[in-house]
Design a protein. Structure first.
Length: 247
């Protein structure tokens, strides 16, 4: 049976209106007398934010689209990436001042000595991160030994999959791991290139819709809080990002 997946929405409208002010403070902006914050030339302060097409980051796109950022004297520029590694590299190299990322990513960045500050907790996933099987012989985690499984290394999918295996008492070495970005893992399982994929929305729902025998066999809801995200900023970032900016 196909399951419609949901993410826990943890950023409301009130938080969205505060987002621009939080980012501006993190990036060193100044408050003007009328309550808005502007750059030195009177224009809104531009803040580059690295992000990915994960539904938990949707409020950032809403804030940008609805002008909540400009209302607070900030011009958000969203730079979209398809893999965690490219996003992390861009943030660490200072190509943009802030980024949305999973908390396991920020823990790894801290271990690497990358300087950043957590600006805002964004979300945690319940059913929007999951393991999907398109092999009718694999209907549970207990069936995974010897299976060909696709997911992105060091990503939230990696965390979720290894946690599921550990809970089931299955050795990772018994899995035929295929490294594929989350954006493509769902396509790979639908095409029959692998038996199982670990991914997240919106890629997860696409696989369920397009696949003939695809079903969810495990979700992040098995361990609430395991998968969570935060917005981080670089304390010493400049008030303006360079142009043009390419992902």
């Amino acid at each position: 049976m196909r399951t419609k997946n949901h993410a826990l929405r943890s950023i409301g409208v009130a938080v969205l209106t505060m987002l621009s002010a939080l980012l501006l403070a993190a990036c060193g902006g100044d408050d003007s007398d009328d309550g808005t914050s502007e750059g030195g030339d009177g224009a809104p302060t531009t803040v580059g934010i690295g992000t990915q097409p994960w539904i938990g980051y949707g409020p950032l796109w809403i804030a940008d689209d609805q002008g909540f950022d400009l209302d607070n004297g900030v011009d958000i520029e969203l730079i979209n990436f398809s893999t965690d590694q490219d996003l992390e590299t861009g943030f660490a190299s200072g190509k943009f001042q802030a980024a949305s990322g999973a908390n396991n990513t920020w823990i790894r960045n801290a271990d690497l000595g990358i300087d950043f500050e957590i600006t805002l907790m964004e979300d945690f996933s319940l059913e929007a991160d999951a393991i999907v099987s398109c092999n009718p012989d694999i209907t549970s985690i207990e069936d995974l030994e010897g299976a060909k499984v696709a997911f992105e290394e060091f990503s939230v999918s990696d965390v979720l999959f290894r946690y599921a295996l550990n809970e089931a008492g299955i050795d990772f070495e018994t899995i035929d791991y295929v490294p594929i970005p989350a954006a493509d893992a769902g396509t790979a399982v639908v095409a029959g290139q692998v038996d199982v994929a670990v991914t997240y929305e919106p890629y997860l729902q696409a696989a369920l819709v397009e696949g003939d025998n695809c079903e969810i066999i495990y979700t992040a809801n098995e361990r609430p809080g395991l998968i969570s995200d935060a917005l981080a900023s670089t304390p010493s970032s400049p008030s303006r990002i360079p142009r043009p900016l390419e992902a």
